[in-house]
Design a protein around this ligand. Structure first.
Ligand SMILES: [Fe+2]
Length: 239
């Protein structure tokens, strides 16, 4: 089994609701390595127009995470990224060409409020595509507007070059029965491009990529499991 690529992981400490301290970050790094993760895209929350982004601090925390991996002999590569919340101010970042992307690619991990309307998602996707970015919609299983309305997701994908990320926990049962049913359906319909942990800590919101991999391998085969947990990420982000 190849090492996993986790494109959505709140690994850097003191930046958002992820680890609060260096020690907590170190524990998360050790857990990620144990889980078989080989690459983490560090994705702290970014909220355009609401909170200024301290890129220097992000870079410094990234260096600390990398140094810890080297010092501890963890075979873990940490690359920069962000999880960008859609706000009206996103358009300004797009026009300035300043949207934080994943691993230096043109992919943007974009999240919305859970009760967002479909039309608003489509409009945000258009804004990013027009600016030359490739949107990856974070934890696509969470948005209420798509629950029981898979056709809306299909339509969005057929109209735009947009990619969908699912949280591993949605399928492994962490988020409850109904979430699991919805996640299964999305996978069966072949709508998901990436699985990621969206890890915030080592307890309530931790890494569960191996469990996800095994579940998908059993239901859809090794090729699909590998595509979702690494191959697609390598293709889109790490080339
Ligand atoms: Fe997240």
């Amino acid at each position: 089994m190849k090492r996993f690529v986790d494109i959505h992981h709140h690994i850097l400490y003191g930046l958002d609701d992820g680890p609060g301290t260096y020690e907590e970050m170190a524990a998360m790094l050790r857990l990620a390595a144990t889980e078989g993760i080989g690459v983490i895209v560090a994705t702290p929350h970014v909220t355009p127009g609401v909170a200024p982004v301290d890129y220097a601090l992000m870079a410094s925390r990234l260096s600390e995470a990398r140094a810890y991996c080297v010092k501890s002999g963890l075979e873990l590569q940490i690359v920069p990224g962000a999880e960008v919340l859609f706000t009206p101010a996103l358009e300004n970042l797009v026009s300035q060409g300043n949207v934080p992307t994943l691993a230096g690619s043109r992919c943007v991990l974009l999240e919305f409020a859970f009760d967002v309307e479909c039309a608003e998602i489509e409009s945000a996707v258009r804004v990013l595509l027009n600016g030359g970015y490739l949107p990856i919609l974070a934890h696509i299983e969470r948005y209420h507007c798509f629950r029981g309305r898979i056709s809306r997701l299909k339509r969005l994908k057929s109209r735009h070059a947009v990619l969908f990320q699912m949280n591993c926990g949605a399928l492994t049962g962490k988020n409850g029965f109904f979430s699991k049913c919805h996640a299964r359906r999305l996978l069966l319909e072949d709508l998901i491009d990436f699985a990621a942990t969206d890890a915030h800590n080592t307890s309530t919101r931790s890494c569960d990529m191996r469990t996800f991999f095994r579940a998908v391998e059993a239901s859809s085969g090794a090729e699909t499991a590998q595509a979702l947990t690494g191959k697609n990420a390598e293709e889109y982000l790490l080339k």
